[in-house]
Design a protein around this ligand. Structure first.
Ligand code: AP5
Ligand code: ZN
Length: 216
């Protein structure tokens, strides 16, 4: 079963995707994570990607579609979770084409609804384990022991370069201009399933599980 997690920066896409990987053996495809990996590659492309991301703008469709295409040829597991992809109508069309060719259509598009005030609080308090990828928050989900990841014990806890108010404003603008039209696109295809992203992490996970257990 293939699904998309659609929502603005800080909606909780990464948090929920990790749960689905753990509980259902699905494969998380996060274009944000792929691009953060590309930026550490030391190539000219990586340097350009880093600049665009830090400003909070979208990387070109050509680059992200290429990254996704590469990953879709590999292991399928319990299905793919597209996290942060597609983000433009061009990317959505490309994904539809790729999945049709594989004979593996989308089962649902989970729209995670969260208001802007909550997004600012979530993004400015977020930090992540550089070793295992676990996501934390200064207030709502701090590590049990300061500076040490609960899951793997690593002390490599990081904040993202684009998790500041200025970049976030730009990321939100990009979301409303270029990504929110996908809500109508997937609604028209009968695939859209909204969830209240403001609820507790466990409640959001339960709402998503209920959708996956009875897809359209
Ligand atoms: P990307 O990495 O995809 O970032 P994003 O969409 O901005 O989303 P985030 O990772 O910030 O948020 P999230 O929804 O995963 O929230 P999380 O679970 O971490 O993209 C980064 C950049 O890469 C883009 O700006 C762009 O430049 C580029 N890019 C990526 N994909 C692209 C594409 N397809 N096309 C073009 N460019 C692309 O949660 C956030 C915080 O909230 C955490 O601290 C968490 O603990 C907390 N939290 C989560 N859920 C809850 C809850 N229910 N209650 C309370 N707190 C919660
Ligand atoms: Zn860790």
């Amino acid at each position: 079963m293939n699904i998309i997690l659609l929502g603005p920066p800080g909606a909780g896409k990464g948090t929920q995707a990790r749960r689905l990987v753990e509980k259902r053996g699905m494969i998380q495809l996060s274009t944000g994570d792929m691009l953060r990996e590309a930026r550490t590659s030391g190539t000219e492309m990586g340097r350009r990607v880093a600049e665009v991301m830090d400003r909070g703008e979208l990387v070109t469709d050509e680059i992200v579609i290429g990254l996704i295409e590469e990953k879709l040829t590999g292991e399928r597991g319990g299905g793919f979770i597209f996290d942060g992809f597609p983000r433009t109508l061009g990317q959505a069309d490309a994904l539809t084409g790729l999945l049709n060719r594989m004979g593996q259509p989308l089962a649902a598009v989970i729209e995670m609804r969260v208001d802007d005030a909550a997004l600012v609080a979530r993004i400015t308090g977020r930090y992540t384990c550089g070793n295992c990828g676990e996501v934390y928050h200064d207030v709502t989900r701090p590590t049990a022991k300061p500076g040490v990841c609960d899951v793997c014990g690593s002390q490599d806890l990081r904040r993202r370069a684009d998790d500041n108010e200025e970049s976030l404003r730009q990321r939100l603008m990009e979301y409303y201009k270029k990504t929110s039209p996908l809500v109508g696109y997937y609604h028209a295809l009968g695939l859209l399933r909204p969830v209240d992203g403001l609820a507790e992490v466990d409640e959001v996970a339960a709402a998503i599980a209920a959708i996956l257990d009875r897809p359209a």
